[in-house]
Design a protein around this ligand. Structure first.
Ligand code: GLA
Length: 380
C-alpha cells in the first residue's frame, strides 16, 4: 500500500509525501451505548487507511483516492463542500478543525485503505482520523487526541448526516496494539485492557449485506433513546443520558412512550451493564462469561433494538449451535459482520460450516477476517 501511495503521490505532485495511518475498529461489547452516555469496549485493528500528505502552499486541498481512482480539489470555506461522498469526510475534518480555532493550510494527499467498506469496521472513522491526526501535526495545532476524535464525530454529524457516537473515532485515534479500551462515553474516562485470550481467536464474518437506509435507521434509534431518556428525566432529573437510568425507572414510564422506544431503551440499559460484566470477566480470564454476554447482546440487538438482519441472525444461530464461545452482530448493524470468540480447536470447523451453510442459504459467500488488535492514528 505504501509503495502504491507514494508512487501516485510522486506522479501527481512531483515528490513523495509524509505518510500517516489510522485504523478501523472492532468492538467486543457495548453497542449503541456511546450516544447514550454508556460504556463501549473497542480496539483498533490491523485494517486501516494510509495517506501521504504534504502542505502545498495554496488555500486548497488536492486529494486522490486510490481505491475510488478519483481526484478531487476543494477550497477550505464552508461553501466549498465537494460532491464526492468520500471527499466530504476530508472536507469535514478540515472545517471542524477550523471551527475549533485550528489552522488548516492547503495540502496535497493520496490515500488508500484495506478496511472493508460497509462491513461495520468504521472505514469512515479511519479516514477521518488519519486526516484529523495529520492536519493537526502539519499545522502544529496541538489539539488533544480526544478533540481529534470529536472532529471526526462532528464531521459525521455535520457533513455526512450520521448522528453517531464517539466510539469509532475514539478507537481509531486511541487504539493500542494488543489492548481493548473501555471508554465511559459520558465522562471521557478510559482504560486499556490487555486482550490476549489464550486458546481463542477473534474472527469476523462479514455477511456482505449493506442496507441502504442504515444511516436514517441509525438516527431513528438515537431519537428513540433520547425520547425514553426525556420521559424518565421527568421523574428523575439526574438522568442526563439514558445510561444514567435504572431499569425500574424505565418501567415507570412504559405507558408514556411508544413500545418501540421502550424496547430500544431496555436493550441499552442492559448493554451498559454487560460491558462492565465483560471487563470483570476478562480480569478473571473467564471467557465463557464474556461469550455469554456477547450472545445476550446479539439477542438484544436483534429483538429489542432491531438492527440485525436475517443473514446475521443465521450466522449467530450457527455459532451457538456449534458451541462457539461468543458471537454477535457488531457495529451499527443493518448488515455487516458478526464478531466471534472461538476456541482455537473449533476455528476451522466453524469457519468451514459458516462459509458452506451461509452460501447455500443466501447464494453468496461471506467473508472472513482474522483481526489483530493494533495501533490507532500515527505518523509513519
Ligand atoms: C456506529 C457508530 C458508533 C456506534 C456504533 C454502534 O459504528 O458510528 O458511534 O454508535 O454504530 O455501537
Amino acid at each position: 500500500m505504501k509503495t502504491r501511495i507514494q508512487e501516485k503521490f510522486k506522479t501527481l505532485f512531483g515528490k513523495e509525501g509524509q505518510l500517516y495511518m489510522s485504523s478501523g475498529r472492532i468492538n467486543l461489547i457495548g453497542e449503541h451505548t456511546d450516544y447514550n452516555g454508556g460504556y463501549v469496549f473497542p480496539g483498533a485493528i490491523n485494517f486501516g487507511i494510509m495517506a501521504a500528505i504534504e502542505p502545498n502552499g495554496l488555500n486548497k486541498v488536492k486529494v486522490y483516492s486510490l481505491d475510488y481512482d478519483e481526484y478531487v480539489e476543494f477550497g477550505l470555506n464552508e461553501e466549498d463542500k465537494p460532491d464526492q461522498a468520500w471527499a466530504r469526510y476530508i472536507f469535514g475534518v478540515c472545517r471542524e478543525t477550523i471551527k475549533r480555532g485550528g489552522k488548516v493550510q492547503g495540502f496535497n494527499a493520496v490515500f488508500a485503505g484495506d478496511v472493508p467498506l460497509g462491513a461495520g469496521l468504521s472505514s469512515s472513522a479511519a479516514l477521518e482520523s488519519v486526516f484529523a491526526f495529520a492536519i493537526n501535526e502539519i499545522n502544529g495545532n496541538g489539539i488533544d487526541k480526544f478533540e481529534l476524535a470529536r472532529i471526526g464525530q462532528s464531521t459525521e454529524h455535520n457533513y455526512c448526516g450520521v448522528k453517531c457516537g464517539i466510539m469509532d473515532q475514539f478507537a481509531s485515534i486511541f487504539g493500542k496494539e494488543g489492548a481493548l479500551m473501555r471508554l465511559n462515553c459520558k465522562t471521557g474516562e478510559y482504560k486499556y485492557f490487555p486482550f490476549h485470550p489464550k486458546g481463542y481467536k477473534l474472527v469476523l464474518i462479514d455477511s456482505c449485506v449493506k442496507h441502504e437506509l442504515a444511516s436514517s435507521a441509525y438516527n431513528k434509534r438515537r431519537e428513540s433513546c433520547e425520547n425514553a431518556a426525556a420521559a424518565i428525566r421527568k421523574n428523575h432529573p439526574e438522568v442526563e443520558f439514558l445510561s444514567d437510568a435504572k431499569r425500574l425507572w424505565l418501567d415507570e414510564v412504559r405507558d408514556q412512550i411508544p413500545e418501540e422506544d421502550f424496547l430500544r431503551a431496555e436493550y441499552v440499559i442492559g448493554e451498559v451493564q454487560r460491558v462492565l460484566d465483560v471487563c470483570d470477566a476478562l480480569e478473571r480470564d473467564d471467557y465463557e462469561t464474556v461469550g455469554e454476554m456477547m450472545y445476550q447482546t446479539h439477542f438484544g440487538l436483534s429483538r429489542l433494538y432491531e438492527v440485525s438482519c436475517e443473514e446475521l441472525d443465521f450466522l449467530n444461530k450457527l455459532a451457538r449451535k456449534m458451541d462457539v464461545t461468543g458471537s454477535r452482530v457488531m457495529g451499527g448493524g443493518f448488515g455487516g459482520c458478526t464478531i466471534n470468540l472461538v476456541k482455537e480447536e473449533l476455528y476451522d470447523a466453524f469457519i468451514g460450516a459458516a462459509k458452506e451453510q451461509f452460501t447455500a442459504k443466501f447464494g453468496h459467500a461471506p467473508k472472513v477476517y482474522d483481526v489483530v488488535i493494533s495501533d490507532g492514528a500515527r505518523k509513519l
